[in-house]
Write a protein that binds this ligand. Structure first.
Ligand code: DCM
Ligand code: DCM
Ligand code: DCM
Ligand code: ZN
Ligand code: ZN
Length: 263
């Protein structure tokens, strides 16, 4: 996601934190964030150059199949298993679990762990961050977004959200966050428990999110799109509900993961 998507997910998440998790987040956030998780959820994108090992942790690719397997797909260009967005979620979750132990603060930078986890939990819910290897998650597919030249990946990172904000929410991101939260507490209320649940009492379940992600990439992002497709109202209006739904799931799952981590 672009900055808007990450901000939306983190604002939804912060509003759903338990008291213990809210306290821990407040302790761990850098001062300049002024206890606003939404303002720092794109930090991981800003450090891609400084932390040369980090770009591979924002996504994963499948071998052009609509299924996902951790061992097969969660690796970087050098084939190192775990170096993908699902492995990174596991890694930073386990680092943050040391928050309440004496050794934790000494061994890891838990502020960075919180910012990475909050960002990667967002990215794994962007369908094309769990896309096909051959087109780099839609990065090599040239399309038109209305009249503008874009790549399909960027349409899902940013254009759908930005067009919705302009057209339906008066360019006001607060109104879009409110609308998604409204949906979470009404239309989607009976699904939220399922979104929050994790197999085998695990703290975080990135394999579930990645499995859903590649299905959505196949069923909605790639579907009907080819090189030089013109994407306009038909595509925008049918895909926006999927984007809203993934932003909601990302926010709910970041919150419940932080609530589990911090007790
Ligand atoms: N892991 C997972 N799903 C699997 C296999 C392993 O989530 N199917 C977990 C095990 C580790 C974490 O991912 O806690 C990182 O794995 P690795 O050490 O291979 O990077
Ligand atoms: N990772 C990394 N550099 C870090 C932290 C994490 O490359 N500073 C990557 C490598 C791991 C993945 O995250 O394979 C998951 O971590 P782990 O295997 O420790 O669970
Ligand atoms: N990306 C992806 N899948 C890939 C390669 C990249 O999802 N196989 C993501 C990472 C960035 C965006 O696409 O969000 C642009 O990548 P880059 O900056 O590497 O061009
Ligand atoms: Zn992206
Ligand atoms: Zn990212």
């Amino acid at each position: 996601w672009g900055t808007e998507g990450h901000s939306i997910i983190c604002r939804i998440a912060q509003s759903r934190l338990s008291e213990a998790a809210a306290d821990a987040v407040k302790q761990l956030l850098p001062k300049w964030a002024e206890n606003d998780l939404g303002s720092v959820c794109s930090w991981a994108d800003q450090v891609k150059f400084r932390y040369r090992w980090s770009p591979a942790l924002h996504f994963l690719d499948t071998p052009d199949t609509c299924t996902y397997q951790y061992k097969r797909d969660c690796k970087d260009e050098d084939g190192e298993i775990g170096r993908c967005v699902a492995g990174a979620i596991n890694n930073y979750t386990s680092q943050l679990l040391s928050y309440n132990s004496a050794s934790g603060e000494a061994e890891y930078n838990l502020t960075e762990a919180l910012l990475f986890l909050s960002h990667f939990m967002g990215d794994i819910h962007q369908p094309l961050h769990v896309g096909f290897a051959s087109d780099k998650g839609g990065n090599t597919i040239d399309v038109r977004w209305y009249t503008r030249k874009e790549v399909l990946h960027h349409v899902w990172d940013s254009n759908i959200i930005e067009t919705a904000e302009e057209r339906f929410y008066d360019s006001n991101v607060d109104a879009m966050v409110d609308a998604i939260q409204q949906n979470i507490s009404t239309e989607w209320a009976d699904q939220v428990k399922r979104w929050e649940s994790c197999s085998l009492n695990r703290t975080a379940c990135p394999d579930i999110f990645a499995y859903e992600g590649i299905k959505m990439a196949c069923d909605w992002a790639y579907k009907g799109v080819k090189e030089e497709s013109v994407l306009e109202d038909d595509y925008f209006l049918s895909r926006l509900p999927i984007v809203n739904w993934r932003l909601a799931q990302g926010g709910v799952r970041l919150a419940v993961t932080l609530n589990r981590i911090f007790g």
